[in-house]
Design a protein around this ligand. Structure first.
Ligand SMILES: [Zn+2]
Length: 161
């Protein structure tokens, strides 16, 4: 552990890093140090390697470790809340889709019943029509029979005379 003597609030705050940093924005590695100021005694922080070698260089990453960890916790919390929201949305979507499905099945049932009723009515009409045709046919046949009988009778009558 290297001890830094200059770690305090005077570090540039114009570039903020959220969460636990892995490297400085200059591309260099970061190291953890321990503050020795009266303001923050023994408080640990992340600092760019370059910044420690060149004192007074405020353009490099500085972040308190406890703040970084707090950031991480908040980020995890936010992710969790987002996840909970997403699950709620998903649940609602599933429920409404289920309702829709149920309604669709009922509609289909209703449609099938209608169709069957129509088919039955058509079949009945066809049967009735067939019955009428058959009745007419048999009447025609009866008519022909009468005609034949009449003709035969007339011929017989002629022959007998
Ligand atoms: Zn740097």
């Amino acid at each position: 552990m290297i001890t830094g003597s200059s770690a305090s609030s005077h570090y540039s705050q114009h570039r903020q890093f959220t969460g636990v940093p892995t490297k400085c924005w200059c591309g260099r590695k970061i190291t953890t140090y321990c503050s020795q100021t009266d303001e923050n005694p023994f408080r640990r922080f992340y600092r760019c390697e370059i910044a420690i070698q060149v004192p007074g260089n405020d353009e490099h990453l500085f972040k308190w470790i406890d703040e970084a960890l707090l950031d991480e916790t908040r980020m995890v919390d936010a992710k969790l809340m987002k996840l909970v929201d997403e699950v709620k949305v998903l649940r609602n979507e599933m429920l409404s889709s289920f309702e829709l499905q149920k309604k669709r099945v009922l509609d289909m049932e209703e449609e099938m019943k209608e169709k069957i009723k129509e088919e039955m009515m058509m079949a009945n009409a066809t049967i009735e029509e067939m019955g009428r045709v058959m009745a007419r046919k048999s009447m025609e046949r009866a008519g022909i029979t009468l005609l034949v009988v009449g003709v035969v009778g007339w011929v017989c009558g002629k022959l007998m005379s």
